[in-house]
Design a protein around this ligand. Structure first.
Ligand code: NAD
Ligand code: DAU
Length: 338
C-alpha cells in the first residue's frame, strides 16, 4: 500500500484525484492544504477517514513539509494559486505558493529520496493563433503571459533543474483547462452555471473567440495516476483530450442546456493580456503510457456538470456572493487602469 502526500487535495483537481485514487488503488492519502478561499471542506465529506487524512498547512512551511514528506512514498503536488484574474491583482501570493512552495517540496523530496509528481498547466507555453495548425508539445518553448502562468513556468523549471542537478525522481504534467464537479465558482464554466442558477447573467470576456482545450477532470486524474505509476523520471507529459472550443460556443451550450436563450449573456471588459488559444498534443502520453481519455463528449460533460451544481447548492452558495464582489472590484480596478 503506497502512502501518497497530495498537496492542494481540498481544491478542485486535487480532490477529484483523491476520489479517483480511493476508487482505483489501495493507497493511504494525506492531504496537505492551506485551506485558502479556493478549498472547500465539504469536498472531503465522502472520503473514507480510514484512508484519507487532512493536514491544514502551507507548502511553503519548510519544517512541516519536511516532516510530512519523510513519512510518504510519493508526493503529488497540486497546491497552487490557480486563478489568472487574481494573479493580475495580487501576484505576490502566486510567487510565494507556486514558486517558494514548490521549492520547499523539492528540497524535502531530495533529502528523503521520495518520488515527486508536479502538476502544471499548458499556459506555460503562452498562446497560439486561432488558425495555427500546431498544438503545444513537450518541446514547445516556454512563453508564459500572466503572473499565474509565469509562476507555474518557474516551478516547472525548478523541478527540471532538481532532476538534472540532484537526481530526484520526478515527473511533470502540463494539462489543459479542466471542468467538472468541485470547481470553484470563480472559474469560467461554474461561474456561468451558477450565474444562471442565481438569476444573474453570464459574463463573457471580450468577444468570446478565445479557445480553451477542455478536458473532464476525471480524465486528468486517470492520466496523473498513469504518469505517477509508469512515467519516466525527468519527463514531461502533456495531458489533453482534443476538446478545443471557443468561450462563446461553450457559453451557448450551457445556456441551451439550462433552458435559456443562447444570447442571454453580457459581454464584459476583456482580461488584460488574455491568452487567445491553448491546444494540447497528447500523443506521447497516449503512445508511450497507453492513456486514453474517456469523458470526451463535452455536451454530456457539461450537462452532468450543470446537474452537479444544481444538486450541490450548499457546496457553492456560501462563496458565490464573495466571488462576484471580488469580480466587481477587479473590474473597477481594470477599468480605472485602462
Ligand atoms: P484550486 O485553486 O481549485 O485549488 C488549489 C488548492 O491548493 C486549494 O485547495 C488551496 O487551498 C491549496 N493551496 C493554495 N495555496 C496553498 C499553500 N500555500 N499551501 C497548501 N495548499 C495551498 O486549483 P485547481 O484548479 O484544482 O488546480 C490544481 C493544480 O492544477 C494547480 O497546480 C494548477 O496550476 C494546475 N492546473 C489547473 C488546471 C485547471 O483547469 N484548473 C489545468 C491545468 C493545471
Ligand atoms: O489552461 C489551463 C488553465 O486553465 C489552468 O492552468 C488555470 O489554473 C485555470 O484557471 C484555467 O485558466 P483560464 O484562465 O483559461 O481559466 P478561466 O476559467 O479563468 O477562464 C477560461 C476562459 O473563459 C478564459 O478565456 C477567460 C474566459 N472567461 C473567464 C471568466 C471567469 C470569461 O469569458 N468570463 C468569465 O467570467
Amino acid at each position: 500500500m503506497k502512502r501518497i502526500l497530495v498537496t492542494g487535495g481540498a481544491g478542485f483537481i486535487g480532490v477529484n484525484y483523491v476520489h479517483h485514487m480511493i476508487e482505483h488503488s489501495d493507497s493511504a492519502i494525506t492531504i496537505l492544504d492551506k485551506m485558502t478561499y479556493a478549498a472547500n471542506r465539504q469536498s472531503l465529506d465522502l472520503l473514507p477517514p480510514s484512508r484519507v487524512k487532512l493536514i491544514v498547512g502551507d507548502i511553503a512551511d519548510a519544517v512541516l513539509v519536511d516532516e510530512l514528506v519523510s513519512k510518504h512514498d510519493v508526493v503529488v503536488h497540486f497546491a497552487a494559486e490557480s486563478h489568472n484574474d487574481n494573479s493580475l491583482h495580487d501576484p505576490g501570493v502566486f510567487v510565494r505558493t507556486n514558486v517558494i512552495g514548490t521549492f520547499e517540496l523539492l528540497e524535502a523530496v531530495r533529502r528523503h529520496d521520495v518520488r515527486f509528481h508536479h502538476i502544471s498547466t499548458d499556459e506555460v507555453y503562452g498562446d497560439l493563433a486561432l488558425d495555427d495548425p500546431q498544438r503545444f508539445t513537450e518541446t514547445t518553448p516556454y512563453n508564459p503571459s500572466s503572473p499565474y502562468s509565469s509562476t507555474k513556468a518557474s516551478s516547472d523549471l525548478l523541478v527540471r533543474a532538481w532532476v538534472r542537478s540532484f537526481g530526484i525522481n520526478a515527473t511533470l504534467s502540463n494539462c489543459s483547462n479542466n471542468y467538472g464537479p468541485f470547481q470553484h465558482v470563480e472559474k469560467f464554466i461554474p461561474r456561468q452555471i451558477t450565474n444562471v442558477l442565481t438569476g444573474a447573467k453570464p459574463k463573457l470576456y471580450g468577444d468570446g473567440t478565445n479557445v480553451r482545450d477542455w478536458i473532464h477532470v476525471r480524465d486528468h486524474s486517470s492520466a496523473v495516476q498513469r504518469i505517477v505509476e509508469q512515467g519516466q523520471s525527468g519527463h514531461t507529459y502533456l495531458i489533453g483530450a482534443d476538446g478545443e472550443k471557443n468561450n462563446k460556443d461553450v457559453l451557448r451550450i450551457i445556456l441551451r442546456l439550462m433552458g435559456e436563450a443562447e444570447d442571454a449573456f453580457d459581454h464584459v471588459i476583456d482580461r488584460p493580456g488574455h491568452d487567445l488559444r491553448y491546444a494540447i498534443d497528447s500523443t506521447i502520453l497516449r503512445s508511450e503510457l497507453g492513456w486514453t481519455p474517456r469523458y470526451t463528449d463535452i455536451e454530456s460533460g457539461l450537462s452532468q456538470t450543470i446537474d452537479w451544481y444544481s444538486n450541490h447548492r450548499t457546496w457553492w452558495e456560501p462563496g458565490k456572493a464573495k466571488t462576484e464582489n471580488r469580480y466587481a472590484q477587479q473590474l473597477q480596478m481594470t477599468s480605472e487602469a485602462t
